[in-house]
Design a protein around this ligand. Structure first.
Ligand code: ADP
Ligand code: TRP
Length: 325
């Protein structure tokens, strides 16, 4: 009998999710849960390596849990948990620290980028972040990790860490593959040469939980031109393709082909399409929000399930490393 493959991925709780995060990550998670043995985590320990306000953190963790559930992750089909609730992750990260050459971490482009963005807070956690990520992934003997391109280097390092460990202590961990999420990069509303990102501010992003009026307002202020401009049309066409009705996509493609594109009309239609696309999500999220105890229960049960496996992995690891008396 074929055993189901194990999938692990995580998102940091560091602010509202935007439609780029949704297409690049969450939407795929929902599709994967039907076929694989899935673990979807809220990477809170990773998120405290950046600049943050401690008063906001627990709400961000809770909000991300709401997003996971409202988007369709089903605790009956997959394990949803908060990283810091499974202390074995940091234990395994410490052991991996002892076999990871510093030179490997110095090569990480995300560390270099983030160090520039937070130059007053280049902390050890930021440097060690890929090792904790390797611990997250390998803890569950994961076969594959669905991530965006920005994480490939970290998955490559995870494979190396698995190899270093297996060579030194005996075969323990599989080398996980990355699953490239085949989604177009969603670009910023105000500068379509940059990707839509929290770090470029709320005006550049459409939040998946934005109310219809907010979506309309943001799209109204988004890039525009009175001229025939393929780059700008492509930016909107990607959004129409992913969130719009087929009818609208065809209609505006035709307008564009005839060099008769009316961006104001397109924007109104697109805002409505995006608002409609996420209407069931907003509704479900509001329901869940009224019931925080239920959400916490789901997270506790997820952590319990994860911990069982994590304990077993740590037992095996500690024996192999020579820490068991
Ligand atoms: P942000 O840049 O907004 O901080 P993150 O770096 O936290 O987003 O990314 C979280 C996930 O969302 C990753 O899997 C990433 O690949 C995906 N993602 C982020 N921005 C986009 C985008 N503009 N288009 C497509 N996917 C994206
Ligand atoms: N570092 C990832 C990000 O910023 C989040 C993350 C933490 C992760 N642990 C993970 C992703 C394990 C995949 C697998 O997006």
């Amino acid at each position: 009998m074929n055993k189901k493959q194990t999938i692990f991925s995580a998102i940091q709780p560091s602010g509202e999710l935007h439609i780029g995060n949704y297409l690049g990550a969450l939407k795929n998670f929902v599709e994967l849960q039907d076929k694989y043995n899935c673990f979807f985590f809220i990477a809170d320990y990773h998120s405290i390596t950046g600049d943050y306000n401690p008063k906001e953190k627990s709400k961000q963790i809770f909000d991300l849990a709401l997003d996971f559930l409202a988007a369709g992750l089903d605790p009956k089909k997959c394990t949803i948990a908060v990283q810091s609730q499974i202390p074995e992750h940091t234990e395994l990260a410490w052991i991996f620290n002892t076999i990871t050459p510093i030179s490997e971490l110095q090569r990480m482009t995300q560390f270099k980028d983030k160090s520039q963005n937070q130059d007053k807070n280049i902390n050890m956690g930021l440097f060690d972040y890929p090792v904790l990520m390797a611990a997250d992934i390998l803890m569950y003997k994961t076969d594959a990790v669905p991530v965006g391109q920005d994480q490939f280097q970290h998955i490559e390092l995870t494979r190396k860490i698995a190899r270093f460990f297996n060579n030194k202590f005996g075969k323990t961990f599989p080398e996980p593959k990355d699953i490239i999420t085949e989604t177009p990069k969603i670009m910023s509303l105000i500068d379509p040469t940059k990707k839509m990102s929290k770090s470029h501010g709320v005006k550049s992003c459409i939040g998946i939980n934005d109310e219809p009026e907010v979506i309309k307002k943001k799209i109204k202020k988004a890039v525009s031109t009175t001229e025939y401009n393929k780059d700008i049309y492509d930016f909107y066409a990607t959004l129409l393709e992913n969130f719009g009705s087929e009818k609208n996509k065809k209609y505006f493609d035709e307008q564009f082909k005839n060099k008769d594109i009316k961006f104001s009309e397109l924007k109104d239609a697109l805002a409505e399409d995006i608002a409609n696309y996420f209407a069931p999500f907003r509704e479900k999220r509001k329901e869940l929000e009224k019931n925080p105890e239920e959400v916490k229960k789901i997270l506790n049960e997820g952590a319990e399930r994860a911990r069982k496996i994590a304990r077993e992995t740590m037992k095996e690891v500690k024996e192999k490393v020579g820490l068991v008396l």
